[in-house]
Design a protein around this ligand. Structure first.
Ligand code: F6R
Length: 243
């Protein structure tokens, strides 16, 4: 695992955007893995800037989201499909139908999860997976205790995650859905390059486990230690508990 510590999130965003730009220059039809939440926002802003400067096109790219809340209405502003469109995909030139996410409104959830796995495999797998990390060590919504061999499935969000995400739901943890569909840890590990971004002191403990802890389902991100190509980009606050 490559660990890079940079002065701030903007600097990190430039480095991550370079990784996207190189990939899309070599493989315009690359398959991108997209995270939601706050961590990737500066990356998305930088990718939009480069797209507007005619440096990057997504016209042949495809994208798969990591996760989705269960039970939010199609037009709910915090539904991840709507979040990613606002933050990124709707600001660049992805073709219609090129952006995929787990179907949090499915009536047959196991079938929807299996279909999502099939769609990722059918696209040839994810070339570049962008990740954030939860303060409890989750990646996507693989909460502590998740099987390291897990695939896309329904999960219950921890109280900690619902408190962390309450800021998107008027500050009320009880307004955050209890369930989500999420790519599993093995799904994420199948991507060819993992790039995780973490900033701020709230991530320091999880980052300590990610980088220095033993691999454990109790700190799910630690599975990344087994990935042949994983890059972790940190600001000094997120890196503050590293030895
Ligand atoms: C979101 C996701 C989550 C977030 C994590 C960190 O799609 O997969 O794992 O990356 O909860 O969230 P932020 O970046 O908001 O701190």
């Amino acid at each position: 695992m490559e660990v890079v510590i940079r002065p701030d999130g903007e600097d990190i965003a430039g480095i991550v955007a370079d990784v996207f730009e190189r990939l899309l220059t070599d493989r315009p039809d690359a398959v991108l893995g997209l995270a939601t939440g706050s961590s990737p926002l500066a990356v998305y802003d930088e990718l939009v800037r480069r797209h507007e400067a005619d440096r990057i096109t997504f016209a042949r790219a495809r994208a798969f989201m990591l996760d989705e809340y269960v039970g939010l209405a199609a037009d709910h502003p915090e539904r991840y499909r709507n979040v990613i469109e606002r933050a990124f995909t709707g600001r660049v030139d992805f073709p219609p139908d090129a952006v995929h996410g787990p179907d949090g409104a499915a009536t047959d959830i196991p079938a929807a999860c299996a279909a999502y796995e099939d769609a990722i495999a059918g696209a040839g797998g994810v070339d570049l997976q962008l990740l954030g990390i939860g303060s409890d060590g989750h990646i996507a919504f693989n909460e502590p205790g998740s099987s390291l061999a897990s695939r896309t499935r329904i999960k219950t969000l921890t109280r900690q995650t619902r408190e962390d995400n309450a800021r998107f739901f008027g500050g009320d943890p009880d307004a955050v859905p209890h369930h989500c569909l999420t790519q599993g840890l093995a799904t994420i590990m199948s991507a060819r390059h993992l790039v995780l971004v973490a900033t701020g002191p709230g991530k320091a403990e999880a980052v300590h486990h990610l980088v220095e802890g033993p691999v454990s389902a109790m700190w799910p991100a630690t599975v990344m230690q087994h990935h042949p190509r994983a890059t972790v980009l940190l600001d000094p606050a997120a890196a503050s508990r590293l030895q």
